[in-house]
Write a protein that binds this ligand. Sequence first.
Ligand code: NCD
Ligand code: ZN
Length: 394
Amino acid sequence: MSVLIKGGKVFYKGEFSDSDILIENGKIKSIGRNLNGADEKYNAKGMLVLPGLIDPHVHLRDPGATYKEDFHTGTRAAVAGGFTTVMDMPNNPYPTVTVAALFEKAALAKKKAICEVRFYFGATDHNFDEIERADPLSLKVYLGKTTGELYLRNPGSLKKHFENYKGQFVFHATGDGKTEHEQLDATYKNIAKVGSLSNRYRRSSHIAHASCGKEVTISKSFGLTVETAPHYLFLDSKDAKKLGYRGTVYPNLRSGGPESLWKKIDKIDCIATDHAPHTLEDKKNGAHGFPGLETSLGMMLTAYHSKKIGLEWIIEHMSEKPAAIFDLGRVGRIKEGFYGNITVLDLKKEWTVKGNKLYTKCKWSPFEGRKIKGKVKSVFYKGNLIFDDFSFSG
Ligand code: NCD
Ligand code: ZN
C-alpha cells in the first residue's frame, strides 16, 4: 500500500518547501519534487502539510469516566484537531498506578483508539515496586490537588521516587491555596524542589501546564522542560469569571497570566492541551478542566495571524519538541523512515468554535464563539487517510 501526497507546502527540516511525500507501508519512503508511482494520490495543492501533531497531556477518561470521554471519542477529537499521538494521564477513577491497571488501559485503547495513545504511570506514596515492574515511558507525579485522588501526601515520597525511577518525570507542580498568591507561591516552591532534586539525582523532569511566566522562568533556571496550554496563553482570571462554572481549571486562569507567558514564549518547550473533558453537569458541581484537542492548533494560529509568533514555532512546539522530550520514536517530523502521520492544514479556512459541533463527548469549549482562521482538512495515520475534507467518513 502506497500513497503520494502531492503539491503541498511541506514542513520539512524546520521550514516550508514545495514537496511531495511518498508513504509506503505506513512509513515515509521519500520526500522531494515531482515524485510519482503510488497506488493512491492525494492532492495537497494550496495546503500546508505538517507532521501529525503530538499532545503530551490529555485525559481521555477511559476506563472509569467514559461518560465524559473514551478512547474512541477522545482520539477522534485528537485527529480532528490535527493530532496523531496523544499521551494519556493516569488520574482515572481507578488510577493507572499498577501494572494491571496499565495493561487494562492499553488493551482498551488498542480496541477503541484511532490514533496513537501513549500512557503515563502515576506515582503514589506506595507504588515503588509497581513502577519498577511497569518501567513506564513517563511517570506523572501530582504535588497538588487534581481531579481524582492521585497526589502524594507523604513528604518523603518525592525523594524516594527520584531515587528509584530513572525515566522521564512529569510534574503537576500546581500548589494549593485559597488565594492566587498562595497558589502561585506554593507552585514556585514545588518547581524549585523538583528542580533541585532532579539535579541532585540527575533525572529529567518536565513541568506540566505553566499558568504564568514566572513558572517558566523558575523551571528553566533548573534546566527543566516546561509546557503551557492555549487556555493559559489566551484566557485570564477575568475570562474565568465570565465563564462561571465552566471557567474552573487546575491551575486556575491567572490575572496577567497570558501577558506574562507571552513574554517567556521563547523559553517554553512545548504546547500541550491538558484536554480534560467534563460534562457541564459535572462542571456545575465543581469539576476542574477544559477540553482542548480541537481548538489548540486553531487558537495558536490566531497568535500567528496577529504576528505574535511564527508558524514554524507553533508546529515545532506541537510535534518535534514533545517527541524529543518524551523520546517517542519515529513521530513528530516529516522525515524518511518516520511513520506516515501527516496533518493537512487549510490555513485560509475560517470557522467559529461551537461546542455542539466538536467530536469530544463533553460538547462544550471555553473558547465558544471564537473566530478562527485555519482548520485541519485531512489526517493520515500510518499512511491511512482517516480524516478528509474536514470530517470523518464513518
Ligand atoms: C484535570 C482533569 O480533570 O483530569 N483537570 C484540570 O483542571 N487540568 C486534572 C489535572 O490536570 O490536574
Ligand atoms: Zn492534566
